[in-house]
Ligand binder design. Structure first.
Ligand code: ADP
Length: 496
């Protein structure tokens, strides 16, 4: 029995997670939240877990390194330092790939301040992947992973580097969003220091160029994504983003595991960002205080007896807020008010500024990114709108459920797996937690908005019951961690 096989779970398997983001230092969306919450949840269940992320300035400034290794790379960058830092408040340690020429830049993790992608992103994330593969080969004499779990395209080359080096360690590739694929022209291949034969249809070649996500999907031992429904959807042409063919060939190793909610950050009982904290028993007072704060912040007028709808979102095609713009007159007709916090597509940003002017006191939008305001909207809205065209898991509706702000969602991906539509059956058996619609049309969305507004206005006690159901649903990271733990066991046992 080799060392890697020895009694995998009793000492806890050593698992390395590879990703580009980790909240609170680097976050552009749900991935950052997941990387902050999943590793500690795994550690709590006995997994010996570490993460590796690019050494972005915000991380290197915040986290003192306790140890480091220097590695010679096959790239023109030649040498890199990989520092080790304990993550505050958890048993998890993070490796930071310290290479300032790549990671010490203004702007976001992927984009320059003008919003354009960095031209050398293939090299920036290849270095992350190569460093993770080096750890899989024992680059840190004190800790060698038994499994490497890679998150989204930024980590996608890791299984390719591991395969090229015969690392002898299994890998998992986790899809958080198949729409972002890390596609680069064929000329980028020369910068990756991979064996030439990997530039092939049976490899990382993709429509004449190369794709980081394809590398992950092709070379990883197992694949996961962040909800069971999305795991099925991405194997179809409608949701498969042109890579469903490959996913169908890997159907036997692909599973969906739902994300969870980090209660230290997202629970109305503990949330220091709210004017008044609340639990399931004091919902009305807590939500009224948050709603009042929202009214002031957004300059909302008298809302009558209609509900306040809220949204917190990246403004991209995926999220369906172009449909929302068309649906807004209908929402106002239903007596609803609406606040939005979001940023992204310039046309959508302008569109929401314009409707806010068209409906003063009823519709308001803040264009930007604001963590504290996201909490206030989640708590102070009666209902959170998530009309996504596709949604791998979705966190905003999970937060909305916790805060008793009944989500209105499109029936897709993780939204379908987490929100139970209120109808005569689910209202009667107390399983309803929100409102769901099918299709991509403003009318379909308005239909659900109307059902929400009617229940809110006409049957307050039924609304309260649905709120209680929603707040009591358990989307814990512990549940997700148990499923990943089972997958790790399975992977290690498969190698006996
Ligand atoms: P995605 O990762 O596709 O953006 P998720 O629903 O999985 O969608 O996660 C979105 C996360 O980003 C949530 O934590 C949400 O609160 C946050 N978020 C999105 N847009 C904003 C914003 N403009 N300001 C603050 N937080 C935001």
């Amino acid at each position: 029995m080799s060392e890697l096989m020895s009694d995998p779970m009793s000492g806890g398997p050593r698992v390395l997670h590879v990703a580009a983001e980790i909240f609170p230092w680097v976050k552009t969306g749900g991935l950052g939240d997941v990387m902050a919450a999943l590793p500690p949840a795994l550690a709590a269940q006995g997994v010996d877990v570490r993460v590796i992320v690019p050494g972005f300035t915000a991380l290197l400034d915040a986290l003192p390194l306790t140890d480091s290794v220097r590695l010679r790379t096959p790239f023109s960058s030649e040498r890199v330092r990989i520092g080790l830092a304990p993550l505050p408040g958890s048993a998890v340690k993070a490796y930071l790939v310290d290479y300032p020429a790549f990671y010490d830049r203004p702007g976001g993790p992927y984009q320059a301040p003008d919003g354009g992608e960095w031209g050398d992103n293939h090299r920036r994330f290849a270095l992350l992947c190569w460093a993770a593969a080096a750890l899989a080969q024992g680059a840190d004499p004190n800790w060698r992973p038994q499994i490497v779990q890679c998150h989204d395209w930024h980590a996608g080359l890791t299984p390719a580097y591991m395969r090229a080096a015969n690392a002898g360690v299994p890998s998992i590739f986790t899809v958080h969003n198949l729409a972002y694929q890390g596609y680069f022209g064929a000329g980028a291949f020369a910068d990756l220091a991979l064996p030439p034969e990997m530039f092939s249809v049976e490899g990382i070649e993709y429509y004449g160029g190369l794709s980081f996500i394809k590398a992950g999907l092709y070379y990883a031992s197992r694949l996961t994504t962040v909800s069971p429904t999305y795991a099925r959807e991405i194997q179809t042409p409608a949701f498969g983003m042109n890579i469903d063919g490959l996913l169908r060939t890997r159907t036997g190793v692909l599973t969906g595991i739902l994300n969870g909610v980090d209660p230290a950050i997202w629970s109305p009982e503990n949330d220091a960002l709210l004017p008044r904290r609340y639990g399931v028993e004091a919902v009305e007072d807590g939500k009224a205080a948050a709603k009042q704060a929202l009214r002031q912040r957004f300059g909302l007028g008298d809302m009558g007896d209609g509900p306040l709808f809220g949204a917190i979102t990246r403004l991209t095609w995926q999220k369906g807020f172009d449909i929302m713009l068309q649906a807004l007159p209908g929402l106002v007709d239903q007596g609803g008010s609406f606040v939005l916090l979001g940023s992204g597509d310039r046309g959508l940003e302008d569109g929401f500024r314009a409707v806010a002017q068209a409906y003063p006191g009823r519709v308001s939008a803040e264009i930007g990114y604001d963590e504290a305001l996201a909490h206030l909207i989640t708590a102070g809205s009666d209902s959170i709108l998530v009309p996504s065209r596709f949604e791998p898991c979705g966190l905003t509706q999970l937060y909305a459920l916790r805060y008793g702000s009944l989500p209105v969602v499109r029936q897709t991906g993780g939204l379908a797996d987490t929100v139970v539509d209120a109808n005569s059956v689910t209202l009667a058996d107390d399983s309803a937690t929100g409102f769901a619609f099918d299709g991509e049309t403003p009318d379909a969305l308005i239909g659900s908005v109307q059902r929400a507004a009617t229940l809110y206005r006409a049957d307050p006690s039924a609304w309260r019951r649905v709120q209680r159901n929603a707040m009591r649903r358990d989307f814990s990271w512990a549940a997700a961690a148990r499923q990943y733990g089972a997958l790790y066991r399975d992977l290690l046992n498969a190698r006996d």
